[in-house]
Design a protein around this ligand. Structure first.
Ligand SMILES: Nc1ncnc2c1ncn2[C@@H]1O[C@H](COP(=O)(O)OP(=O)(O)OP(=O)(O)O)[C@@H](O)[C@H]1O
Ligand SMILES: [Mg+2]
Length: 355
């Protein structure tokens, strides 16, 4: 068992470094939702039962699954159309998608869902064509990559090989061309069709590695018929879509000409979508004294606290739910959320006003 496996097996760790991690992500299901007990039923539990019930509630409140937001629905529709066109097209150069928006608004969540959809869909389509995928163990249509500010073409190549289960000794010196060939060969061998480089904004313009990684990703996708789903913060402000020479011309860059930008934004204050999200979160709570729908009355306050960011809202309410159990408050009131600290960005830009 490797270290990564132990981390995943013991702690259900969702970091994705290898195809096994990706398979575990695709198979992951939220824990079963515990029943909501009446105060009398709760009082009748013995100590051990109460601890077990509260642990189940903690697991549920920390991992209650995903809300189907309108951004997610739209992204799925757009992505599915482009992926389908790519699948049936004989053009070896594929169309790409970029998911872009401010921090912690759910970009990675959507990208991973799109990747999982893609994986399932490709398998179905191939089986419909009579391909016996159970005999093709090495088949791995999706490759997910976390980019860091230190990523170079060399580390990117090693990361892809590690994901596919062909790690190369770090100490071994490869001539650049050899490693690239090994990667191209390995991608083909595993039938990779979609690469998801996440956090590509970390490749900052002006850094020595950046141009190299950008152009290498593009080269990879044109060398093999691979679709890219690039994910990152405000990608339209980076030079990802503009090859340097054509940056300011009306033609734009080659990548810009093949990429569809899907924005991921904040919820608007007072919008029906925000109300739906708050209602959904309220529905997830398993607290003894929480009156159903209570959070709806706090919708503007919650928007002010989180500035309409889904990541901040989820983390604030999850923490408040855990706190409501530990403090035996057993409901989420405004006072309790007031005392619950949100993430740094929400605390800095949000406020505690009620309207
Ligand atoms: N549709 C959703 N339903 C429930 N929770 C969500 C949803 N989308 C995002 N979240 C939660 O919001 C948090 C931030 O999401 P995510 O990591 O996808 O954002 P991000 O835009 O990729 O952030 P970053 O800019 O840091 O990379 C996560 O805890 C995630 O579980
Ligand atoms: Mg992310």
């Amino acid at each position: 068992m490797t270290g990564g496996d132990l981390s995943r097996r013991l702690f259900d760790d969702n970091s994705i470094l290898t195809r096994e991690d990706w398979a575990a992500y695709c198979a992951h299901q939220s824990p079963e939702r515990p029943p909501r007990l009446t105060p009398a039923e709760y009082a009748a539990l013995d100590d051990q039962e109460r601890r077990r019930y509260n642990r189940r509630r903690a697991a549920w409140h920390a991992d209650w699954g995903l809300n189907t937001t309108s951004t997610m629905v739209l992204a799925r529709q757009e992505f599915a159309v482009i992926a389908e066109k790519n699948f049936y097209s004989h053009d070896p150069v594929k169309d790409h998608v970029a998911l872009s928006g401010p921090p912690t608004l759910g970009k990675t969540t959507i990208a991973q869902i799109l990747g999982r959809d893609f994986e399932i869909e490709v398998r179905v389509l191939l089986e419909e064509r009579g391909v016996k995928l159970e005999d093709l163990d090495e088949f791995q249509p999706v490759l997910y990559l976390s980019i860091t500010s230190e990523t170079t073409t060399d580390t990117l190549n090693r990361q892809m090989l590690l994901f596919l289960g062909t790690p190369i000794s770090v100490s071994k010196e490869y001539r650049k061309g050899d490693l690239e060939l090994a990667v191209a060969e390995t991608l083909r061998r595993h039938g990779v069709r979609l690469i998801i480089p996440d956090d590509v904004h970390l490749l900052r313009p002006g850094r020595r590695n950046t141009e190299g990684v950008h152009s290498y990703l593009k080269a990879l996708s044109s060398r093999a018929p691979i679709m890219l789903l690039m994910v990152g913060i405000d990608l339209e402000k980076t030079n990802l879509f503009d090859e340097l020479r054509h940056k300011d011309t009306v033609e734009g860059g080659q990548t810009g000409g093949r990429t569809t930008l899907l924005p991921v934004g904040r919820f608007a204050k007072g919008s029906p979508e925000w109300l739906d999200l708050v209602r959904w979160v309220d529905d997830q709570l398993v607290l003894l004294h929480h009156p159903p729908g209570r959070l709806l009355r706090l919708k503007d306050y919650l928007w002010n606290r989180t500035q309409g960011g889904i990541g901040s809202l989820m983390s604030l309410i999850r923490r408040a739910a855990l706190k409501a159990v530990v403090t035996e408050h057993e409901q989420i009131s405004r006072q309790l959320i007031d005392l619950t600290t949100a993430d740094y960005n929400a605390e800095k830009h949000g406020n505690r006003e009620v309207t």
